[in-house]
Design a protein around this ligand. Structure first.
Ligand SMILES: Cc1ncc(COP(=O)(O)O)c(C=O)c1O
Ligand SMILES: N[C@@H](CCOP(=O)(O)O)C(=O)O
Length: 430
């Protein structure tokens, strides 16, 4: 597959090069030059395909010819070693649980897939790659876990000080080895801006190969398509009117869902479920896209004031507002509303949701009020114990900690505090 930069000022490139560079030299996000819908027989036979087979059939056009089929199959088998179950909440609402991986947030699939692709590209050469990643909570832990011990790869994670949960912080600061955490005095947007600036800083890039493990990297973003496909496989016999409510921050996940739709998956509509960081919801109401400094909320991983992937969403809809607004709705909720939703899910349906999933549930309910006769799937993007204090205080129950969480609880945090880009640069160059 050939990829082009959405800023259209950089040469086209291969999958391998797009993964190794992360961001195009003109600061644009890479985008596939073609998207070929899957065959009729794929959809006819989907019930007999395993998750790995579905993933292989859907992603191979984007990785070929740089990753041979047998290698791709192994990467996928290794990546998808856990389940993606659906829980029925009501007759019209289901939860797609994406938190059964090693760090218990949906980022595990993309991070593991990308780590394995980079590991493959690095085999037999001595060129070290430094993966720079900005996190508002979950990407950092998933990338730390996915890239731990990958040869020739050093990982540097920037996270906003005091704005991630205790467990998220443990997951991204305790692994050591090739993983370094930088605690930034600022917001997620400050972290993301520093990372993007480093990619364009020739005094750094002339000395080291930098890449990104945020969803700006095609190998982190594209595997997120799988979730929508696995949900379709589980639900298509029961419902022919599926809409997805996606708790959104950087908009990589929902954009991956739209890629699945372009491949032929019959998804009727997407709902961007936002917290108070409602840039896209506002855009859908006003047609004005106005990035703002992010606001701290209890669904912290969505505290993004300038979502990177919105440009990809626009590209997928021909940069045409009419087309986009037919396919995407947006809703935004306060922390108080989120807490009520956690309560409602627990007391009425015996379901323990995390704050991100709860925002997704609220958006399903509001969409269905205006558009009945659909079945709404909200993505439960993180395990509730990642936000232990909030969830336990809300439902007034203790929740059992899964082994993935217990394994990091007592580890010692190791992070370097920084507050400026110059400090990041000095750390990278040393
Ligand atoms: C738990 C959780 N939910 C939702 C999101 C938002 O996803 P996206 O950035 O792909 O919109 C994130 C972070 O990205 C997350 O960690
Ligand atoms: N919510 C994310 C923010 C970064 O998103 P990404 O998908 O672009 O990595 C986080 O948890 O860090």
């Amino acid at each position: 597959m050939t990829y082009y930069s959405l800023n259209k000022q950089a040469p086209k490139t291969s999958f391998k090069d797009a993964v190794i560079k992360g961001l195009a030299p003109d600061k644009g996000l890479y985008f596939p030059e073609s998207i070929t819908p899957l065959s009729h027989s794929f959809f006819k036979n989907i019930d007999s395909l395993s998750n790995s087979e579905i993933a292989f059939e859907t992603i191979k056009q984007f990785t070929s010819p740089d990753i041979p089929n047998d290698v791709l199959k192994n990467i996928i088998d290794d990546t998808l070693s856990f389940n993606f179950p659906i829980e029925k909440i009501t007759d019209t609402v289901s939860s797609l649980e994406l938190f059964h991986g090693p760090t218990m947030a949906f980022k595990d699939v993309g991070a593991r897939f990308m780590a394995r692709c980079l590991g493959y590209f690095n085999q037999g050469n001595n060129n070290e790659v430094t993966v720079l990643v900005a996190t508002s909570g979950d990407t950092g832990g998933a990338v730390a876990n996915g890239f731990l011990g990958v040869e020739g790869v050093n990982v540097v994670i920037l996270y906003p000080s005091g704005k991630v949960s205790d467990i998220q912080e443990k997951q991204l600061t305790t692994l050591k080895k090739n993983i370094k955490a930088l605690e930034v005095d600022g917001t997620f947007d400050d972290c993301q801006a520093m990372v993007k600036r480093a990619f364009l800083d020739q005094s750094i890039t002339s000395k080291m190969q930098l890449t990104s493990a945020n969803s700006i990297n095609v190998a982190r973003w594209l595997p997120q398509m799988f979730y929508f496909m696995f949900a379709y496989k589980q639900l298509h016999k029961k419902y022919n009117n599926l809409v997805f409510s996606v708790p959104s921050g950087n908009f990589g996940n929902i954009c991956a869902g739209m890629m699945a739709q372009r491949l032929g998956f019959p998804i009727k509509h997407f709902i961007a479920a936002n917290n108070a960081n409602n840039i896209v919801t506002q855009y859908l109401h006003t047609q004005n896209y106005t990035p703002k400094p992010s606001i701290q909320t209890i669904s912290n991983a969505m505290d993004v004031g300038d979502p990177s992937n919105f440009v990809r969403i626009q590209e997928l809809h021909n940069n045409n507002f009419e087309i986009l607004s037919k396919n995407l709705s947006g809703y935004s909720y306060s922390d108080t509303e989120t807490i009520s939703a956690i309560n409602e899910l627990y007391s009425d349906y015996n379901y323990i949701a995390d704050p991100h999933g709860a925002v997704g549930f609220l958006a399903c309910k509001d969409y269905l009020k205006q558009h009945p006769n659909n079945h709404c799937v909200f993505l439960e993007t993180a395990h509730p114990t990642k936000f232990l204090d909030i969830v336990e205080d809300t439902i007034k129950e203790n929740i059992e900690l899964p082994k993935q969480i217990l394994s990091v609880m007592d580890k010692e945090k190791q992070a370097v505090k920084i507050s400026t880009y110059e400090q990041l640069k000095a750390l990278l160059l040393n």
